[in-house]
Design a protein around this ligand. Structure first.
Ligand code: FAD
Ligand code: DHB
Length: 403
């Protein structure tokens, strides 16, 4: 067995793990990233596309946003389609902020390149990652690679290994509380190289179910339709997808939709999930390892970034000042922001999807959307959440906690 030591072991090379590694590196704190999948597999995953201003600010702080500022698209509004009408929520005008369209894949690539340039340690295809003694003062993490077992001793473990990872699963059930809601449908997503005929994203509630018109660049679209949970990707030819998308997205948009061949097609289930707390001794959870939101509010990646920012600040202050207090504050500080994003994502999901057989819920949706379209106050509330609620400063968080 090989034995080494570092300050932080980060499990998972998704956006949360890579960003934490980058922020710690700039602070002079050593970390090793252990990732179960290959480098190419991680880069091939197509996921989020919409960034809050706070997320862009953290990427600036991490020094990985040069390409983003050249290539990303800034959107000052977003469309909501319902009953043949489309209403624009004027984000910038209502709350003074915009959102940035830049794919999670591109962020991952930028972070991987920065890590390689730093010469920082990452182990891809690390098998059987196992945590030891995280409840005591000397945690260790073991893994296998190329038939050899490796052990890394560390000060702390950062569990950035997503919903199916090993870190949360290592915590005994009686030490945490789980809050969960599953939704009776999924999202079928298609990526295609064709110029988007829409200028801003459109979220549509149609009688046939939800649809979302999104994009990744001036030449690439990303579109979704609500589908039954037991549908398989093979059930959906490109022609069937685009026909269904056109029927749901609203006539004016549909007229410009081209049935381009898909370059990626996948189905994702929808779930709300939170584990409390996010700290267990010397193990900290961040990102999808700790919470899942249904994608309707575009909050998952953004929440992963705010957790990581808070964890980075706590570790930085701990190493600078040798204090426990910043680490103690990590979990409550994250949870205050997480629950507000959970609420918004749940609200967006309820207003925009078809819940078959629930006539009362349909009337409530109609009423809620009518109110949204009529009321500048309701639009401002939606806009405030969609562009992202502000990050808590460390001092404000401590005060809120004491109060
Ligand atoms: P992940 O990206 O899941 O990364 C975890 C990493 O850990 C993975 O690389 C995994 O391979 C690795 N891992 C797992 N287990 C182990 C193990 N045992 N050992 C070692 N490594 C392990 N969010 C938004 O903010 N905006 C959007 O527009 C948006 N759209 C989305 C659309 C879709 C269709 C989906 C599915 C998600 C969307 N999200 C969106 C959510 C967003 O993609 C996630 O919240 C984000 O990926 C979370 O990052 P993470 O690093 O916490 O987890
Ligand atoms: C995308 C995904 C989302 O969940 C969302 O709310 C907006 C955009 C996307 O993949 O582009």
């Amino acid at each position: 067995m090989s034995r080494t030591r570092t300050q932080i072991v980060i499990v998972g090379a998704g956006p949360a793990g890579l960003l934490l590694g980058q922020l710690l590196h700039r602070e002079g704190i050593d970390a090793v990233i252990l990732e179960r999948r290959s480098h190419e597999y991680v880069l091939g995953r197509i996921r989020a596309g919409v960034l809050e201003q706070g997320t862009v600010d953290v990427l600036d702080l991490a020094g990985v946003s040069a390409r983003l500022h050249k290539e990303a698209l800034v959107h000052e509004g977003v469309g909501i389609g319902f009953q043949g009408r489309r209403h624009r929520i004027a984000l910038k005008q209502l709350v003074g902020k915009s959102v940035t369209v830049y794919g999670q894949t591109e962020i991952t690539r930028d972070l991987m390149e920065a890590r390689a340039a730093n010469g920082a340690a990452s182990v891809y295809e690390a098998e059987d990652v196992t945590l030891h003694d995280w409840q005591g003062t000397s945690p260790r993490v073991t893994y296998r690679k190329g038939g050899v077992t490796h052990e890394i001793a560390c000060d702390f473990v950062a569990g950035c290994d997503g919903y199916h990872g090993v870190c949360r699963a290592s915590v005994p059930a009686d030490k945490c509380k789980v809050f969960e809601r599953e939704y009776p449908f999924g999202w079928l997503g298609v990526l295609a190289d064709v110029p988007p005929p829409w200028k801003e994203l459109v979220y549509a509630n149609s009688a046939r179910g939800f649809a979302l018109a999104s994009l990744r660049s001036p030449t690439r679209v990303r579109c979704y339709v609500q589908c039954p949970l037991d549908d398989r990707v093979e059930d959906w030819s490109d022609t069937r997808f685009w026909d269904e998308f056109r029927r749901r997205i609203g006539e004016d948009v549909a007229a410009g939709v081209v049935s381009a061949p898909s370059i990626e097609k996948s189905i994702a289930p929808l779930r709300s999930f939170v584990v409390e707390p996010l700290r267990f001794g010397r193990l900290f959870l961040a990102g999808d390892a700790a919470h899942i939101v249904p994608p309707t509010g575009a909050k998952g990646l953004n929440l992963a970034v705010s957790d990581v920012f808070y964890l980075y600040e706590a570790l930085r202050d701990h190493y600078r000042e040798r204090r426990e207090a910043p680490l103690d504050e990590y979990s409550p500080r994250c949870l205050r922001r997480i629950w507000k994003a959970e609420r918004f994502s749940w609200w967006m999901t309820r207003q925009l999807h078809l819940f078959p057989g629930d006539a009362f819920a349909r009337r409530m949706q109609e009423t809620e959307l009518e109110y949204l379209f009529e009321s500048p106050a309701a639009q401002a509330s939606m806009a405030e959440n969609y562009v992202g609620l502000p990050f808590e400063s460390a001092a404000a968080g401590a005060q809120a906690h004491v109060a």
